[in-house]
Design a protein around this ligand. Structure first.
Ligand code: FE2
Length: 215
């Protein structure tokens, strides 16, 4: 089953760089315009350029959605280039929505209640999320997912993402060095703490949670 995550999916080739859901100055000083210039304008753009190039001469794949390409390519050695670039387009498109101006704090309603139930407390969730991101060796992502009805913190390496394990992504933080090096240098734990305290967009996670419950 594909997640059909509207903010991150795209219907078919040629793929494009989605606009940020806020101005590149909107998250300063916690996430700077310069970071967006590189992270969105260079890195995210490069994945889009690379995937379009890989599909340029492959008409059979040009009608597939971004999510279908990811699921079809997952685990296939001959499709690793398509998987990596398609998944990184999806991951970044999703990630921009995980932050917002005046973000931070806690979720509300049903998501908050299930976090308290599955983790014991919101604070335990926050610690697991920060520790998960800080201990991901090398490049990757830390996620809050709904896995078979249970909320979990999981981490993935490189371009890997929850949908290939049939988990619903609710929230993510990018822990590739390119995500934080301009603003935080090597201090990944500080970046993750600020992400939760000042940037996280719980309304987006709540929307994903409701979708996941229905799907
Ligand atoms: Fe990134």
């Amino acid at each position: 089953m594909l997640p059909n995550q509207a903010e991150a999916n795209q219907p078919h080739y040629p793929f494009s760089l989605p606009n940020l859901p806020y101005a590149k100055e909107a998250l300063a000083p916690h996430y700077s315009p310069e970071s967006f210039d590189y992270h969105h304008g260079k890195h995210h753009q490069a994945y889009v350029t690379n995937l379009n190039k890989l599909l340029e001469t492959n008409s059979a794949l040009q009608s597939k959605s971004l999510e279908a390409l990811i699921m079809d390519a997952a685990g296939k050695a001959e499709a690793v280039g398509i998987f990596n670039n398609a998944a990184q387009i999806w991951n970044h498109s999703f990630f921009w929505h995980c932050m917002k101006p005046q973000g931070g704090g806690k979720p509300s309603g049903a998501l908050f209640a299930q976090i308290e139930k599955d983790f014991g407390s919101f604070e335990t969730f926050a610690e697991q999320f920060k520790t998960g991101g800080a201990t991901q060796f090398g490049s990757g992502w830390v996620w809050l997912v709904l896995d078979n009805g249970t909320l979990k913190v999981v981490k993935t390496a490189n371009a890997e993402l929850p949908m290939t394990k049939n988990q619903h992504a609710l929230l993510t933080a990018d822990v590739w060095e390119h995500a934080y090096y301009i603003d935080y240098r090597n201090r990944r734990p500080d970046y993750l703490a600020i992400f939760l305290e000042q940037l996280v967009n719980w309304e987006f996670a709540e929307k994903n949670y409701q979708r996941a419950l229905q799907g």
